[in-house]
Design a protein around this ligand. Structure first.
Ligand SMILES: Cc1cc2nc3c(=O)[nH]c(=O)nc-3n(C[C@H](O)[C@H](O)[C@H](O)COP(=O)(O)OP(=O)(O)OC[C@H]3O[C@@H](n4cnc5c(N)ncnc54)[C@H](O)[C@@H]3O)c2cc1C
Length: 455
């Protein structure tokens, strides 16, 4: 006897949504899988936008799948310019607005996956909607910045927010020959990383012609003829032709909340490891969700594509009848600040102390290749461990070569609860053009062990 195909609907079409939809269609080849996206594009490389603005990546390469390609390759129907306005969990239906003709209609589901992502934080100042003020959050937004830089040829830019996106944008705009002033509420860029790393990022920014003004959030935009011409802070006034707002994102949970779906103290949707929400047959994935930190075992909000796409897979597989889990994340971030790679994996020292670990840390500077090899660069490694258990909790690395991939090696060990002592037994590959005989991460482990146990 044939059964009615399962109807799986997905809201959101960037990272988590297409991953969930594609997985669901693969796991249940009979299912009807429909994805709704309010914007004009799906499945694009938002992370590559700063490199597009810099001129390194052509615009047409940014879209991974058009709706037609998604249909053909993954058997998922994607409806762009379709805003999901309401979820009705009791009726198992959603109300959708087709924004091309402003008509609404209802769609029934057996399983629903919410992948509504995040929205940019606002400063709450008048003038944020001026014609030369941009967020870096969508493909259209990225194209607008590129077009503005290409046609209006701004000579000065103010970037508000010195997190990783602000830094990538500073790099991009300097590449385009624009004077850049960065304003941040904190005294150093990249809050959350170790002080030593933040000081290095500041040095790199300044060495590359970026004026960083710490402790100076904007208090007023001065607007002339529809454009922001000056940004005022408590410490100074900065003339500008272009303003980039990169002050972080918050989970986009309004749709879920209106449907009574549970959200947490950090504002994200709460899910179990199967990515099920508090509502029957409704799953959630990506930047709209909170995530369990595998080291501190606390909830965290970490809007990253790495997490979004994995959660999407899990939500998609389970919505299609599978049984899989997303275990959590350790927090692994990387950024290129001009020529310098910066990475942090696991807990920072302050976060580890807040989680009540007995924090021990050590920093060493080694070399990326055998030091006499041409091209070898300095590499600084900080390891953070729990003195009581010896467990590696976190690591921060920076240098012009080899920081990010080494951080990934450390990430695996943090995720699997290895101790600093165990790290010293690691059998890592050695060859002079790639690594020194004693890799900097092994030297750091050795130094930390000595410090912890005074050996
Ligand atoms: C410039 C930039 C660089 C980045 N670099 C990195 C990086 O290097 N590494 C990394 O891991 N992460 C990076 N990220 C973060 C990463 O892009 C996000 O974590 C990821 O996009 C999250 O995917 P998501 O699908 O959960 O949410 P989102 O990307 O926010 O997508 C959600 C989608 O849902 C749609 N939507 C929302 N509500 C509705 C509705 N009601 N109806 C229909 N559609 C709706 C939105 O229009 C949006 O397209 C970067 C982000 C930016 C902006």
């Amino acid at each position: 006897m044939s059964r009615t195909p399962r109807r799986i609907l997905v809201v959101g079409g960037l990272a988590a949504g297409p991953s969930a939809a594609s997985k669901a269609a693969r796991v249940d080849p009979e299912a009807e899988v429909v994805l709704f996206e309010q914007g004009p594009h799906i499945s694009y490389g938002i992370c590559e936008i700063p490199y597009h603005i810099a001129g390194d990546v052509p615009g047409q390469d940014l879209v991974a799948y058009t709706p037609a390609q998604l249909k053909q390759a993954k058997r998922v129907e994607a409806r762009v310019l379709h805003l999901v306005e309401e979820i009705h969990p009791r009726e198992r239906s959603i109300r959708v607005r087709d924004t091309t003709n402003d008509k609404t209609y209802t769609e029934r589901y057996d399983k629903l996956i919410i992948a509504t992502g995040s929205r940019p934080r606002s400063l709450g100042l008048a003038g944020e909607d001026a014609s030369n003020v941009f967020h870096v959050k969508t493909l259209e937004g990225g194209f607008k910045i590129k077009a503005f830089v290409d046609t209006a040829r701004p000579s000065r830019a103010v970037i508000v927010g010195a997190g990783y996106i602000g830094i990538e944008m500073a790099d991009a705009l300097r590449t385009r020959g624009i004077e850049v002033t960065m304003l941040d509420q904190f005294d150093l860029p990249m809050s959350g990383l170790e002080i030593r790393t933040r000081e290095e990022v500041l040095r790199v920014l300044m060495a590359n012609g970026v004026r960083f003004v710490g402790g100076s959030p904007p208090v007023r935009f001065v607007i002339e003829q529809g454009s922001v011409r000056r940004v005022e802070t408590a410490n100074g006034i900065y003339d500008t032709d272009l303003v980039i707002l990169a002050v972080g994102v918050e989970p986009e949970t309004r749709l879920a909340q209106r449907a009574g779906i549970r959200t947490g103290a950090l504002g994200g949707i709460i899910t179990n490891p199967q990515q099920q929400t508090s509502a029957l047959d409704i799953y959630a994935a990506g930047d709209c969700c909170e995530v369990k930190n595998l080291v501190s075992h606390k909830s965290m909000y970490l809007p990253l594509a790495t997490i979004a796409s994995k959660q999407g897979w899990v939500a998609g597989e389970n919505a299609a009848g599978g049984h899989t889990r997303f275990v959590g994340a350790i927090g692994a971030i990387a950024v290129r600040a001009f020529k310098t790679e910066v990475a942090q994996v696991g807990l920072g020292s302050a976060e580890a102390a807040r989680a009540r670990f007995d924090v021990a840390m050590e920093t060493i500077t080694g070399s990326s290749r055998a030091s006499i090899m041409p091209g070898s660069k300095k590499l600084t490694v900080t390891l953070i461990a729990d003195r009581r258990s010896g467990r590696l909790l976190g690591a921060g690395l920076f240098g012009e070569e080899g920081a990010v991939l080494r951080a990934n090696t450390l990430a695996v060990s943090i995720q699997h609860g290895l101790t600093v002592h165990e790290m010293q037994q690691w059998d890592l590959a050695y060859s002079p053009p790639f690594t020194p005989l004693w890799d900097p991460i092994l030297i750091a482990a050795n130094a930390l062990e000595k410090k912890m146990f005074k050996r």
